[in-house]
Design a protein around this ligand. Sequence first.
Ligand code: G3P
Ligand code: MG
Length: 250
Amino acid sequence: MAIRIDRGNSAPWPYPRLIAHRCGGTLAPENTLAGFDACVRYGYRMVEFDAKLSADNALFLLHDDTLDRTTNGRGPAATHTWQELAALDAGAWRGAQFVGTRLPTLADAAERCARDGIAANIEIKPCPGREVITGTLVAQGALALWRGQTPPLLSSFSFEALAAARDAAPSLPRGMLFEQVPADWLRIVSELDCVSLHASHRYLSEPLVAQIRASGLRVLAYTVNDPARARLLEQWGVDMICSDRLDLLS
Ligand code: G3P
Ligand code: MG
């Protein structure tokens, strides 16, 4: 392969093999601090979570564009102020024991990472039309909030958001997220100066993982919940496995 990534995969790498998807996988309400408790319980040392902006540009954790599935709020997250979002219940949908769980801010997540010694993969998940500002503010926030900790690995499905993150905080490591890896992946990761490529494990194969790693990138596979599949991916050379089943993969 003609191009090699500068910070190649032979360099020291601060992240562990296993990553808890959406903070605590299926063991806690997704993207909440309750997930960190599950991480500690199962010995996980890294979380992935989704970060976006409120209407008044507060940085907080939520996967969907809308509030309906994982909170008791309604409608698009981007039209609510942080004061409105902070009052929502983000745990009741997962079970009575999680009633009263709140949406965390990015600062809350940084605090828990520091307290529990957990590294972070911050997925920049912009609401539609807010790609650039979300990339910029998440990267600036991450740089400030994780000072003194293992640098968070920033990722996104949005090229625009990750490009904005690169411009706002060039020193933070970046990983491009794909579902299926496109033919022009090397051009994309080179433009964004990525250290890693993140893809759905369903579309990964041994030759593709070898090709990506030969370019100098690390590979993250999501969302892997079957221990046999995780072992196979590891044999292929996958560096990081993002899982919902902290209880099965440890
Ligand atoms: O970063 C891996 C994974 O979180 C990407 O998919 O939809 O769960 O955010 P999603
Ligand atoms: Mg995610």
